[in-house]
Ligand binder design. Structure first.
Ligand code: 2BA
Length: 109
């Protein structure tokens, strides 16, 4: 079994969960916040059988898309040299950041 941890934009999270339910996957949606933009996003946890991993990844690829966000860098970002000036910059976010880990043990009581 695998644990798929997927970080998606809030705009895509509802559609993705619907698609997962339709395909028979169980999932948990958590509200989260990116460390860089400090903007809200969603983290979805999915426990899946190895044989269904590809199907789950396909659902994620089909339902999450990349968007461009325009941000004004915060003073800390400028100090850290990530951006040279406090002018709006475009940052490409998502579709999805996906981590797949092996599950050692799983039980539902
Ligand atoms: P944030 O950390 O808010 O990052 C939003 C977007 O800002 C990123 O999109 C990336 O395009 C850009 N970005 C992040 N750090 C940057 C930096 N140091 N310099 C320049 N640009 C930077 P994504 O890569 O699609 O990430 C979307 C969200 O996924 C992230 O939101 C974070 O919540 C999560 N994420 C991405 N990679 C991760 C990782 N390795 N571990 C944990 N969470 C991750």
């Amino acid at each position: 079994m695998k644990m798929v941890t997927v970080i998606v934009q809030d705009e895509d999270a509802g559609k993705l969960v619907d698609a997962l339910v339709k395909r028979g996957f169980r999932s948990t949606r958590l509200q989260s916040r990116g460390g860089f933009l400090r903007a809200g996003n969603s983290t979805i946890l999915l426990g899946v059988d190895d044989s269904r991993l590809e199907d789950a990844l396909r659902a994620i690829r089909e339902n999450c898309r990349t968007r461009t966000r325009s941000i004004v860098p915060m003073p800390t970002m400028i100090e850290q040299g990530e951006f040279p000036m406090a002018q709006p910059v475009d940052v490409e976010v998502g579709g999805a950041t996906i981590f797949v880990t092996n599950v050692e043990y799983y039980e539902q009581v």
